[in-house]
Design a protein around this ligand. Sequence first.
Ligand SMILES: C[S@@+](CC[C@H](N)C(=O)[O-])C[C@H]1O[C@@H](n2cnc3c(N)ncnc32)[C@H](O)[C@@H]1O
Length: 247
Amino acid sequence: MNRENLQSQVDALRWYHTIDLGDGVVTKGVDNTSERLARVGFPADLTGRSVLDLGAWDGFFSFEAERRHAARVVACDYYAWHGVGWGTGQGKAGFQLARTALGSRVEDVDLDILDLSAAKVGTFDVVLFLGILYHVPNPLLALERVAAVTSGQLILETVVDMVVIGRPAAAFYPGRELNDDPTNWWGPNHEAVRGMLLSVGFTRVDVITPQRGAIYRAARAVWHRLSGRTSLRQAFRQDRAVFHAFK
Ligand SMILES: C[S@@+](CC[C@H](N)C(=O)[O-])C[C@H]1O[C@@H](n2cnc3c(N)ncnc32)[C@H](O)[C@@H]1O
């Protein structure tokens, strides 16, 4: 595929991830993917390891795992690839085009997280669960399924809420309460995420994003309010956090 041909195919699609496809062609993702990559504590070297990328969407993190020499990478999604209230109406065309352009060998599996099992997909050294926990109506059940396919390390990134409570708690978002998105259900706090991960069989859980104090939280809340994103009170309680959990 020459550069002009690739660019016109890329331009014809809507993208979630910002992916550098080489030759100066970069997808125009709505997500600030490079900023998130820097935050999740992605292993620098995945040589010889197997990686499962849950909720892979356009596949940025799958391709990144492959670039970091993973022996096998499986991208798994359902909603974004089938347009059930989620998708862009283009199926997995973005993922497939990026895979072709990158000459990637990433495999793909269409599966709802609640249908995951070792019998269906096997187990993986590293499992990515980025930006999904708050989308699942039953987070403990989803984490049970995720734990069943993780043999080594889970990297989980999520919205956290109720962060000032000091004990396990979660905010429930009926309707469109979180980011005007009806597919957002729960914002657990750090203690609740840690508790759920230990409950489903992980033996060690590290929070790798800083847990901010009240002054930082207040300043962040004012910034969010001024930029029209959310209410002061909500922004004070909410953040995003990254957890590394080990079997
Ligand atoms: C906010 S996007 C995050 C995409 C990517 N993981 C990232 O962090 O950039 C949420 C993704 O989770 C997927 N998702 C949500 N609920 C799911 C479920 N029950 N089973 C499979 N995928 C799900 C969506 O289809 C979507 O691709």
